[in-house]
Design a protein around this ligand. Structure first.
Ligand code: 1HN
Length: 349
């Protein structure tokens, strides 16, 4: 590995001439943009406790009427990426959104893709392309790029969900924008998880002829995901994490082109070491309590907490409870990396 020349070695006058012509010497910065062996992430492993977020989010509800917010959200900023940049990881935006009974968040569509994972409360809903999706704890709702979506709340008490978007990437591409729309007419049918995609392995017959919409399923009810994880217990080795990926039921591949979603279960007292991956991720606790080690950083997590895993980081997850299972929801950018053909997994030797 040759030692590369530095800026300091170059005559000041030469550097001035370069700057005047909008030119930059690569070699002093080459190792920074292309490190040897593995990336050098700025992303920090960070834990956000729901205990800390909740009172501040409820306070936002008092300070800012929904009309003044459009979306009443506290975004989770990774200090390593600049907290104000609203990036949990370089590709993943995460926010906690509050909606109070009777409030509505107006209809719009945008180039970034979004999902919600419900944290607390009952009676919230998101309407996506006319399909009204109930929001109960742990439910995953997709609002892919270009789909009309709006939120409401017909129950009582606060409803909070976690938003995850590919916003940092789309914003970096200078391709992020939205269009406002009128409130959508409803289909008056239950969402597709209750109708066209009631069961894994069955699709509407006409799907075989092709031509299905790119996003056939917007809602993945948590009760069914939870049951499906529990059903895997007997089938999963003690040293392996029970882990299900959310997929498009028509294609069997990731739900969105950019971000991937999965749900994991840790049995009581279990410690899991999921395979180290090149993707960055955000882990949200749907249920349970435990510990995590992300490279050298240790966290103690509780229900509704959220933490980040930088690219290439080694992760250990422990369920602290001797009696109850723990359930985790994972957002990652593996779909982007797979499309760009550099996604890697590093099984332990
Ligand atoms: C958005 O459209 C929502 O629709 C939430 O609820 C958070 C953050 C950035 C850009 C758009 C929503 C968002 C967002």
């Amino acid at each position: 590995m040759a030692e590369l020349g530095t800026r300091e070695e170059l005559p000041a006058e030469y550097l001035d001439h370069l700057a005047a012509k909008n030119l930059v010497p690569l070699w002093p910065s080459l190792r920074a943009v292309l490190p040897y062996g593995k990336p050098a992430p700025n992303t920090q492993p960070v834990l956000w406790r729901y205990k800390d977020i909740r009172p501040l989010l409820l306070q936002a509800g008092e300070l800012t009427p929904i009309e003044k917010a459009e979306r009443r959200v506290l975004a989770l900023g990774n200090p390593g990426l600049g907290v104000d940049n609203m990036m949990a990881t370089p590709s993943i935006y995460i926010g906690m959104q509050l909606i109070q009974p009777g409030e509505t968040a107006p209809c719009h569509k945008h180039t970034p893709s979004a999902i919600r994972c419900v944290v607390e409360g009952s009676g919230g809903f998101t309407t996506v392309e006319g399909e009204k999706c109930p929001m109960e704890k742990g439910d995953l709702i997709l609002t892919p790029s270009g789909t009309w979506h709006e939120h409401g709340h017909e129950g009582s008490g606060p409803v909070v969900w976690m938003d995850a978007l590919d916003l940092p990437l789309i914003y970096y591409l200078e391709a992020s924008y939205c269009i406002e729309g009128e409130s959508q007419p409803l289909t008056n049918l239950p969402d597709a998880s209750q109708t066209r995609y009631r069961r894994a392995g069955l699709v509407p017959y006409k799907s075989l002829a092709g031509g299905r919409a790119p996003y056939p399923l917007y809602r993945y009810p948590w009760i069914e995901v939870r049951e499906s994880l529990e059903a895997l217990e007997a089938d999963t080795g003690a040293d392996e994490m029970i882990w299900l990926a959310y997929v498009n039921p028509e294609t069997g591949t990731e739900c969105l082109p950019t971000l991937g979603f999965s749900a994991a279960m840790l049995r009581p007292g279990e410690t899991a070491r999921p395979v180290r991956r090149s993707a960055s991720s955000v882990i949200h606790v749907i249920e349970g309590e435990g510990e995590a080690t992300v490279d050298e950083t240790e966290f103690v997590w509780e229900e509704d907490d959220t933490f980040t895993v930088p690219t290439h980081a080694a992760v250990t997850l422990t369920n602290r409870s001797a009696r109850h299972p723990a359930f985790l929801f994972v957002v990652d950018d593996a779909p982007i990396q797979r499309k760009l053909l550099f996604y890697e997994e590093f099984p332990e030797a």
